[in-house]
Design a protein around this ligand. Structure first.
Ligand SMILES: Cc1cc2nc3c(=O)[nH]c(=O)nc-3n(C[C@H](O)[C@H](O)[C@H](O)COP(=O)(O)O)c2cc1C
Length: 204
C-alpha cells in the first residue's frame, strides 16, 4: 500500500469523538487557519459550486458561542432539559479552544438549479454531502495534529443569534459545529458492526 494511503487510513482511525479537553491548542492559530483553508480549497462540491462557508471561532470568541448557545437554550427549552442536558453540555464545549461553524451558501447553487431543473431537489442534498466532507476532513486533520474534536448540531436553535453576533448572512445555512481543544482523556469505547453486513464486493 502506498505510504499516502497508509497515512490517510491512520488519520481516519485516529479521528474519534473526544468530549474532554482543555482550552489549549496543540498547534498555532496559523496552522489551524492553514488546515481550514486547505480543506475549503480541496474538498469536492456539487458541480464545483464551492458553496461551503467556514467560520472559525477561537478562544474568547469560541467561549462566546457557547455562552450564546446556553442563553438561547435557557429561553427555549424546559427547565429540566436545561439543567440536565444543555447546561453541562454547553459547559463541556465551552471548556475547549475553538469551534468551527460549517455553513452552506445556497447562492452558488441557484444558477445550477436554473440550468438543471430536473435536479432541483438534489442540490440541497448534495450541498449537505459536501458540507459533511468538509467536516470529516477537518475533524481528521485536527485530530492528526493532536487536538480532540466532537461534532455538534445546535442548529437551528442558535442560527439567528450566531448570525447576528458574527454578522453572518442570514441566507447561509448552518450545518454543524466542530468543537476542539487539547484532549485530556481517550475516546469512548467504540463497537464496530460486522463488515459482512456493511460491505459487498462483486466481480473480484
Ligand atoms: C452526521 C453526524 C452527526 C453527528 N451528530 C452529533 C451530535 O450532534 N452530537 C455529538 O455529540 N456527536 C455527533 N456525532 C458523532 C457521532 O456520535 C460519532 O461520530 C459516532 O458515535 C462514532 O464515534 P467516533 O466519532 O468516536 O468514531 C455525529 C456524527 C455524524 C457523522
Amino acid at each position: 500500500m502506498a505510504d499516502i494511503a497508509r497515512s490517510i487510513i491512520q488519520g481516519m482511525q485516529n479521528r474519534r469523538s473526544i468530549y474532554s479537553f482543555t482550552n489549549e491548542s496543540t498547534i498555532s492559530d496559523d496552522r489551524i487557519e492553514e488546515l481550514v483553508s486547505q480543506t475549503i480549497l480541496h474538498t469536492p462540491s456539487p458541480f464545483n459550486s464551492q458553496s461551503a462557508r467556514l467560520v472559525v471561532l477561537l478562544k474568547e470568541q469560541h467561549e462566546r458561542l457557547w455562552d450564546l448557545a446556553l442563553e438561547v437554550a435557557t429561553a427555549s427549552v424546559p427547565p429540566e432539559q436545561l439543567e440536565n442536558l444543555y447546561k453541562p453540555r454547553t459547559a463541556m464545549f465551552r471548556a475547549g479552544y475553538g469551534t468551527i461553524l460549517f455553513y452552506e451558501d445556497p447562492a452558488p447553487l441557484k444558477p445550477l438549479e436554473v440550468k438543471w431543473p430536473m435536479l432541483i431537489d438534489k442540490f440541497p442534498e448534495w450541498s449537505d454531502h459536501s458540507s459533511g466532507m468538509h467536516q470529516f476532513a477537518l475533524w481528521t486533520l485536527l485530530e492528526a495534529e493532536g487536538l480532540g474534536c466532537n461534532l455538534q448540531h445546535y442548529n437551528p436553535m442558535i442560527d439567528a443569534r450566531v448570525s447576528q453576533e458574527w454578522k453572518i448572512p442570514l441566507e447561509w445555512r448552518l450545518k454543524a459545529q466542530l468543537v476542539f481543544g487539547k484532549p485530556t482523556g481517550p475516546p469512548r469505547e467504540k463497537k464496530f458492526e460486522p463488515l459482512e453486513k456493511r460491505m459487498f464486493v462483486h466481480g473480484r
